[in-house]
Write a protein that binds this ligand. Structure first.
Ligand code: TRP
Ligand code: ZN
Length: 881
């Protein structure tokens, strides 16, 4: 019976069966108390015509529930007709095709540290039901293809919980005995139980309204902890922009009369799209200039958008089963990316999104957790809310958008909503809608859904033929095999490109009968030639513009070519990418030299290219991004194996060199940008700050009294969190006498602002080299670091894993510290702990010594008694590769 921990249960996509029973109506009554909550549930259940197993037993999911009562059609169920185990309730001898099942259970939200199901965050009650949290609330068919109309009555103390919220519209409220009251909610839209939400608390409320395109008025409400109202305005503005954007871009209107958002301090993820009642991590709601950085503001905007866009892509049309998660997540990430691109700089947004793919998704796809965007199996579903499903999923949608064009894509979306509104569907249904609306066959494209791994595209040949005035390009593709998929079929890879003259001019040429300056060619074979005609002069090929496919591109370009693209490519991504490749090259050269105990002479042409960039006329935000050397996470994708400590040293050396060589230039641009930031507002000021702070960071790479003073002055005089935090981070990293001073000062200033304290922790964990271990060990015991709070744990432990010197210390102390935290945290919050331990998934990339050290820690974790499913799935996969 209890060998479940030894042989974990694997769920397979191919095993899908429709539910034998449906639940037309769900009536819930919650009685909230300090020491227990009683949930009374009435379900109108009927046999499912689509399923031939209607006579079968009814098996409801349920975990950590104490069953108090059970009846069918008003009659108590006989003992021999039902059975419970730790994960379910099974009923036999059911009366006919339809009946009402009533259960009553006792649960303990006040003890729930999983932050799944019903739990407490501070003084309030809240829920998180995706993916399978509802089974912690009541016995139910906890699967996304069972859609039901919910009515929810919440009963609680009136003074402690004046606000009682759930999905849909409030239909009744009233007073009860003992200072209690109730509110009843009704959600007219049938939904799966993962979209259920409940909140009870004493909160501040920001109210606004939105008039939809068809003239309906929607009440907008944001609920936050008392005293935080002034930090909600940006979230409210973002919500209104989201609503307008979805109407204008996809013709999608909101459908209820009320849209509520509640911000909670304890949350496993960013936010949750529960119908009509989103629950958000405070990090993605609260923002004002004093406490939030410019990036935080963008984060709030995009997550508010993301959850709002789920109302159509996720809620009105939901997933048939959890293997289809990318159906809603890939598509909704794509939609939030487009939203942010339309509101801010599209190029900058694209570059940041590509950075996520290259630094995190490529790593996932080449490690033990590699899976297709539509996985074939899982042990713990929570482990599949990944950069692959979300971000690669969005890239896959983006490729179809590229292939079909804006109008074709919109037609496909329209048909998708027309066909499937109100249903729980599959990724396949989505692709079919795009195909039908565009009369186009996407058969081969489906390989992006079924195959994992990062495809590699190699430029085999590119040359201009003077006699025929043609340009020939030969590309090949391959995909590394993965455990589950020993053989890979070629993908349909859209490759966006432009031919440029050596002057930089974009040439109008012919391809397959069309004349244009930019083409999307389709690489479908293992090796394929593309011929462009009407090419009158030698050309430079701008390839994979906009990162038109999530692939690794191998191409031999000279340093001169890269400098050319840096200077002339009108495509911001390609221009940025050329610079990154140049930097990449120098870092790896330095690395190879360092491994041999040697060092390289950094070419002055490299320094010149950076200087050129620094003074270019481009968007300062772009320049700031382009100045940054590729991250260690991104560099790791380049080689099979490396000494990550040496790689970090190589990277630092290049930075120091640039810092020395361009000291005066960084100083000048820093001052210009500071001035521009002070004399402008909004995004113009933010953009100037980003470049100013990028320059300041280079300046601090060679510490001396003057630059320390500069950073300290910025810290002291900062008018916003962006400048304050940038200077703070650099001073923490400077290892100077100012380090301790600002750490103390920053805490004093911000000790009452939780989200700012998270930043205080992160900066100390991430920066300051090896000495960070000492600090984080002490901070782990700090009163501010509440171990049940995921934001705090991520701020300290998560940030520490990004500190290369300390985390990857060759003595293994960093790995050991993480493993200690994982073992400690696994009992408290497995979901968040599983995410933290996932950094170990990269272990094969490192040198023998570090591999041995990490494996030893993985083993230690596996040896822990009662290890959670979440952590054990990740760690055993990592250990057994
Ligand atoms: N559906 C949520 C989103 O994409 C993700 C999410 C929120 C989630 N909370 C979760 C996923 C808890 C798993 C577990 O916005
Ligand atoms: Zn989502």
């Amino acid at each position: 019976m209890k060998n479940q921990e030894i042989t974990p249960i694997v769920k397979y996509r191919k095993d899908y069966l429709p539910s034998a029973y449906l639940i037309e109506k769900t009536n819930l009554v919650f009685e909230l108390n300090h020491n227990e909550t009683i949930v009374t549930t009435e379900l109108n259940i009927s046999a499912n015509d689509l399923s031939d197993s209607s006579k079968a037993e009814l098996k409801l999911n349920g975990e950590d529930l104490e069953l108090l009562e059970i009846s069918i059609n008003g009659e108590p169920v006989a003992e021999q007709d039902y059975a419970t185990d730790p994960e379910s309730l099974t009923l036999n001898n059911l009366p006919g095709k339809g009946f009402i099942l009533k259960t009553q259970v006792r649960i303990h939200p006040e003890k729930n540290t999983l932050l799944e199901g019903l739990y407490r965050s501070g003084k309030m009650f809240c829920t998180q039901c995706e993916a399978q949290g509802f089974r912690h609330i009541t016995y139910y068919l906890d699967r996304p293809d069972v859609l039901s109309v919910f009515s929810t009555r919440i009963i609680a103390d009136k003074k402690e919980y004046p606000q009682l919220l759930s999905n849909g519209n409030s239909v009744e409220r009233g007073e009860l005995e003992n200072n209690r009251h109730f509110v009843e909610w009704h959600d007219p839209f049938p939904k799966p139980c993962y979209l259920f939400a409940l909140v009870a608390g004493d909160l501040d409320l920001l109210e606004d309204k939105f008039i939809t395109a068809s003239g309906r008025e929607v009440a907008l409400e944001i609920y936050v902890d008392k005293g935080k109202l002034n930090q909600c305005h940006h979230a409210m503005e973002s919500l209104k922009k989201s609503m307008l954007w979805d109407e204008q871009t996809f013709g999608l209107e909101y459908d209820l009369d009320i849209y509520m958002i509640v911000a909670v301090g304890d949350f496993n993820m960013g936010a949750m799209e529960n119908k009509g009642l989103n629950v958000f991590n405070t990090k993605y709601v609260l923002a004002d200039v004093a406490t939030a950085t410019d990036d935080d503001f963008l984060g709030v905007e995009s997550v508010i958008g993301h959850e709002y866009f789920h109302n159509w892509t996720g809620n009105r049309i939901t997933c048939r089963d959890w293997f289809q998660l990318s159906l809603k997540e890939g598509l909704t990430v794509f939609r939030d990316q487009e939203f942010s691109s339309d509101l801010n700089s599209r190029s900058v947004k694209r570059i940041k999104d590509v950075q996520v793919i290259r630094s995190a998704q490529f790593a996932e796809d080449s490690g033990p957790m590699s899976h297709p965007i539509r996985p074939d199996s899982y042990i713990e579903m929570n482990n599949f809310y990944t950069v692959t499903v979300y971000n690669k999923g969005a890239e896959v949608i983006r490729m179809m958008h590229t292939l079909l064009g804006v109008d074709g894509f919109r037609k496909g979306m329209d048909l998708y909503f027309e066909r499937h509104d109100g249903q729980a569907v599959t990724c396949e249904d989505y692709i079919c809608a795009l195909e039908s609306a565009n009369n186009r066959d996407l058969k081969q494209f489906r390989n992006w859904y079924s195959q994992s791994g990062t495809p590699e595209v190699v430029v085999e040949e590119e040359h201009w033929d003077e006699s025929t005035k043609s340009f020939n390009l030969t590309l090949s593709q391959s995909c590394p095999v993965t455990k589950e998929q020993p053989e890979k079929q070629p993908f349909l890879i859209p490759v966006k490109l432009t031919l440029m003259a050596e002057t930089g001019e974009e040439l109008s040429v012919c391809y397959e009968g069309n004349k244009n300056t930019e083409f999307v060619v389709e690489l479908t074979q293992e090796k394929q030639q593309f011929v462009f005609t009407g090419v009158d002069c030698p050309v430079k090929l701008s390839l994979l513009r906009d990162f038109s496919a999530p692939v690794k591109l191998e191409r031999h370009l000279s340093d001169e070519d890269l400098t050319f693209f840096m200077a002339h490519d009108s495509n911001a991504f390609s221009c940025w990418d050329a610079g990154q490749q140049l930097m990449n090259r120098v870092i790896w050269q330095q690395y190879d030299a360092l491994v041999k105990g040697d060092s390289i002479e950094i070419p002055s042409s490299f320094v010149d290219a950076v200087k050129h960039l620094l003074f270019s006329e481009k968007d300062p935000a772009f320049i700031a991004l382009a100045l940054a050397l590729p991250s260690i996470g991104t560099l790791e994708a380049d080689r099979e194996q490396m000494d990550v400590g040496v790689l970090q040293q190589a990277r630092i050396r290049i930075r120091k060199h640039l810092s020395k060589q361009l000291n005066g230039q960084f100083k000048t641009v820093y001052e210009n940008m500071r001035m521009q930031a002070e004399n402008s507002e909004g995004s113009k000021a933010a953009v100037a700050r980003s470049l100013a702070n990028a320059c300041l960071s280079y300046l601090l790479d060679n510490v001396n009294d003057a630059v320390l003073e500069l950073a300290k002055a910025q810290y002291d005089n900062a008018q916003n969190m962006t400048d304050e935090l940038a200077a703070f981070a650099l001073l923490v990293d400077s290892k100077s006498h100012l380090q301790a001073e600002v750490i103390t000062d920053f805490y004093k200033r911000w000790k009452n602002e939780d989200l700012v304290i998270d930043k205080w922790l992160s900066m100390q964990a991430m920066f300051g080299g090896e000495s960070a271990l000492q600090r984080v060990s002490e901070l782990w015991e700090h009163t501010a670091v509440v171990h049940t709070n995921p934001n705090k744990v991520r701020a300290l432990v998560g940030a520490f894993t990004m500190n290369i010197e300390a985390f990857h210390n060759a003595d293994g102390s960093g790995y050991q510290w993480l493993a200690d935290r994982v073992i400690e945290m696994d009992n408290i919050n497995p979901q968040t702990t599983a995410r933290l331990v996932s950094v170990f998934n990269r272990w094969k990339k490192y040198d023998e010594n570090r591999q041995t050290l990490i494996k030893a820690q993985l083993k230690r974790i596996l040896d822990k008694k009662d290890l959670s499913k979440d952590v054990s799935e990740i760690v055993s996969k990592a250990y057994n590769i």
